[in-house]
Ligand binder design. Structure first.
Ligand SMILES: *[C@@H]1O[C@H](CO)[C@@H](O)[C@H](O)[C@H]1NC(C)=O
Ligand SMILES: *[C@@H]1O[C@H](CO)[C@@H](O)[C@H](O)[C@H]1NC(C)=O
Ligand SMILES: *[C@@H]1O[C@H](CO)[C@@H](O)[C@H](O)[C@H]1NC(C)=O
Ligand SMILES: *[C@@H]1O[C@H](CO)[C@@H](O)[C@H](O)[C@H]1NC(C)=O
Ligand SMILES: *[C@@H]1O[C@H](CO)[C@@H](O)[C@H](O)[C@H]1NC(C)=O
Ligand SMILES: *[C@@H]1O[C@H](CO)[C@@H](O)[C@H](O)[C@H]1NC(C)=O
Ligand SMILES: *[C@@H]1O[C@H](CO)[C@@H](O)[C@H](O)[C@H]1NC(C)=O
Ligand SMILES: *[C@@H]1O[C@H](CO)[C@@H](O)[C@H](O)[C@H]1NC(C)=O
Length: 689
């Protein structure tokens, strides 16, 4: 009973507190005359790590341009200040693999993938955006026979410098920052070598960020103890620092970055403020830029916004775009934070405030957040007490800002519906530098002298739709050397190739010859690309396949019900139809790794190009080669559904052409047609296992 009364009393006080001004008003001072804080280095996002922008590039151009405006256009949307991209290394890096500019030591190509394109589009919109490159994996040859990119620091530096110079030569892009090896051990000799070689290559402007790992130490200690390393390092970047840094990291006097941080929906505004408040972290770079990868690949939805349906054109502008805009639209890289206690601090009723000022001290931007982040997995990362109550605050501008008479006000309540996102409110009027603001729970406010904020918008995008079937691609519309749309490599690299065969002009080629120096804890020795819808159960897939005799793989496959991508690709299940022409062998396997082979037989009718067909329906699978049924088999695997896929049984070259995917009814009809056209001289012997 006493407990109940106590609770009622608290609620009553709380209500009175909202209705009247019983709450204590607390004064927060913003003053540059007591000294100022650290330099602000910008808010950014990561494309890659990996293949996270894969589906964006094939959106219809007009819609794609709108999406890019929401991300990069200054004074429009997220207005990002840094774009960090993966330097493709042919290795799986979370949601796919990104192609290296040098698959092999004898190979160099700056047209691959979509990161070049994305950087160009970002720069087009914001010439001041900073660019940051980081490898997740490396082609095997960079390891110089040792499987470590650090065994030959000169070779690895050369590889990285070629990427930086390629950006300039082919795209007129200036790379500002370069990293070492994402979330992998760093090597001091390599870092120092890279710095020296950057300088001797005319790239002394490019700053090195270390170590892109989930800890501030030991790299901070190494920097303190090693002057050469300290001289080589520009910035210390830590991943997911939970808003905190360490004394040792601060002692280095280097600028500290959250060089990868999580979007976390509405909590984003809290992260942006509290990274500086708690950790003196001056840049926050979110993973990832945009959810442009298939659902059911890892971390679907982790992007600042979503565009994963190029076939429909549908995209979703998330609240996180507007939470970011609260900082980015009213600041620039090079602004300075005010000091803790003089413009940066907690709010008494929960939440936080930070203030940034322009170098000429004419402009000030104050960002206040009262996000409770209740229910968030990360709720306790900010402090042990996430309780936030409505509060009234007094703002007191001093120093260079004492004479300001009003502050423009922008408001969001990200928990509510869209209409409370990034709204311009009546300015806060200041008398002798003082003004008042009532703040509720789960709100973000920007108070600023800048008067150019815009909540950008376009007409609503087209409605969402399923991946369309039937689907076919003869790849003739691509130029050579690019990744075909929709087909997402999970191991290996698949790109268009100009074939000399008249009937197969442009084909796709698996190009990786050796297991890359991987980022994932596991290796996947079987190159595979997935496409379509993870919910597909009964399906027909067909593709022409050629395995040549130069640097070739021994086998290739087409597949349905591919269950997994990402770092777990090595253990993905499904229904895989393999051919091994050099040994006249065919297989049906319940898994990519061929540990669950349900059928193995021999087939001697292989030609140079072979049309493979696979129909999977219920518990049965039928496979054909060049119109000849070679397998009709009950499948025993547990995979109930998954993507369509194709790939090779080992690293090495193989070509694919005329991909067709259709629903099972249509597919079974097609199999009958192919059968009628079949070459009757084909010979087939099967032995069930
Ligand atoms: C390259 O970019 C710079 C800005 O970084 C610009 O001044 C110059 O005109 C560009 N050059 C070309 C050829 O586009
Ligand atoms: C590289 O160049 C920068 C800028 O000129 C200089 O500060 C730095 O000491 C140089 N580093 C090395 C290792 O030569
Ligand atoms: C938690 O924070 C709220 C708001 O700042 C405050 O009212 C409350 O007293 C705090 N609770 C504890 C246990 O510190
Ligand atoms: C300060 O803000 C005003 C008004 O938005 C603008 O004209 C001016 O360029 C800004 N100065 C700086 C250094 O950002
Ligand atoms: C995949 O198929 C399921 C079931 O038909 C559907 O709900 C979903 O929207 C589809 N997704 C895509 C991306 O096509
Ligand atoms: C190309 O296709 C045509 C028509 O299908 C066929 O007659 C011809 O033999 C093919 N050529 C090659 C080189 O396969
Ligand atoms: C095959 O590999 C050799 C090196 O082992 C290389 O010189 C040659 O260019 C490669 N050919 C193709 C088509 O990849
Ligand atoms: C698959 O299993 C079902 C039921 O056990 C059986 O009727 C059918 O004949 C089998 N199909 C093949 C191709 O073995």
């Amino acid at each position: 009973m006493r407990k109940l009364l106590g609770l009622q009393c608290v609620i009553l006080t709380f209500v009175l507190c909202i209705l009247s001004t019983l709450c204590d008003r607390v004064t927060y001072t913003f003053d540059d005359s007591v000294g100022i804080g650290r330099q602000f280095d910008g808010i950014g996002a990561i494309s890659g790590g990996g293949a996270t922008s894969k589906l964006l590039v094939n959106y219809p151009q007009e819609l794609r341009s709108q999406i890019l405006d929401y991300l990069f256009k200054p004074k429009f949307g997220a207005s990002l200040q840094i774009l960090k991209v993966e330097i493709g290394g042919d290795a799986q890096s979370t949601d796919g693999t990104e192609a290296s500019h040098m698959h092999n030591s004898w190979d160099e190509n700056y047209g691959r993938g979509y990161e070049w394109w994305l950087m160009v589009e970002a720069k087009k919109r914001n010439p001041d955006i900073k660019l940051y490159g980081l490898p997740w994996g490396f082609p095997d040859w960079v390891g110089d026979g040792t499987r470590s990119p650090y065994s030959n620091p000169t070779m690895t530096s050369t590889y990285i410098i070629k990427w930086i110079k390629g950006a300039k030569q082919y795209y007129n892009l200036t790379i500002d920052y370069i990293g070492i090896w994402n979330e992998k051990p760093y090597d001091i000799t390599y870092i120092i070598t890279l710095r020296q070689m950057l300088n001797t290559s005319g790239l002394s402007n490019v700053q090195i960020v270390v170590a892109d790992d989930a800890v501030w130490n030991p790299v901070s200690e190494d920097i303190l103890n090693n002057p050469s390393l300290s001289n080589a390092v520009g910035y210390i970047g830590c991943h997911y620092p939970n808003t905190h840094s360490t004394d040792i990291a601060l002692e280095t006097r280097k600028q500290l970055w959250a060089s990868e941080d999580s979007v976390e929906g509405a909590c984003l505004a809290k992260t942006l403020n509290q990274n500086y408040l708690n950790g003196f972290i001056t840049s926050t770079i979110f993973w990832n830029l945009i959810t442009s990868y298939y659902n059911y690949l890892p971390f679907y939805g982790a992007g600042l916004m979503r565009a994963s349906e190029p076939w429909s054109g549908n995209y979703v502008v998330e609240s996180t775009i507007w939470a970011t805009a609260h900082t980015t639209q009213f600041t620039s890289v090079g602004w300075k934070y005010l000091r803790h206690g003089a413009g940066v601090g907690k709010l008494n009723g929960g939440g936080s405030h930070v203030a940034l000022i322009s170098p000429d001290r004419k402009n000030i931007t104050i960002i206040i957040e009262t996000m409770s982040c209740g229910g968030s997995l990360q709720a306790n990362r900010f402090s042990s007490n996430n309780t936030v109550i409505p509060q009234q605050i007094l703002i007191d501008l001093k120093g260079s800002f004492a004479g300001i008479t009003h502050l423009n006000a922008w408001y969001s309540r990200p928990r509510a519906s869209d209409d409370a996102l990034f709204l311009k409110k009546a300015p806060i009027i200041l008398t002798k530098g003082q003004g008042q603001l009532d703040i509720g729970v789960d709100e973000v406010w920007t108070l600023t002298t800048i008067n150019t904020g815009v909540k950008g918008s376009f007409p609503p995008p087209p409605a969402s739709a399923e991946f369309p079937l039937p689907y076919s691609d003869d790849f003739e519309s691509y130029k050579p050397g690019v990744e075909p749309y929709n087909l997402v490599p999970q191991a290996g690299s698949f790109e268009t190739f100009k074939s000399t065969d008249a009937n197969h002009s442009i084909v796709i080629r698996q190009t990786v010859l050796e297991d890359p120096l991987h980022w994932c804890p596991f290796t996947t020795d079987f190159p595979v690309a997935v496409i379509g819808n993870h919910s597909w159960a009964d399906l027909y897939i067909e593709c022409d396949v050629r395995i040549g005799n130069v640097n070739n793989t021994d086998g290739a496959f087409i597949a349905a019900r591919v269950t997994q991508g990402g770092c777990q690709t090595f253990e993905t299940e499904g229904v895989y139809f393999f051919i091994f022409p050099s040994t006249n062998t065919i297989k049906l396997s319940n898994d990519l790794a061929q540990t669950q082979v349900v059928f193995k037989g021999s087939f001697t009718g292989f030609k140079e190009w072979n049309k493979l067909s696979l129909a999977v329906y219920g518990q049965e699978a039928t496979a054909m080669i060049n119109g000849q049924t070679v397998i009709k088999q009950n499948i025993t695997g547990t995979a109930k559904g998954g993507f369509a896929g194709l790939g090779t049984s080992s690293f090495g070259l193989a070509d694919f052409d005329n991909l067709k995917i259709m629903n099972i009814d249509r597919g079974l009809k097609r199999m009958k047609q192919i059968k009628i056209l079949k070459d009757t001289k084909l010979f087939f012997i099967a032995d069930n296992l």
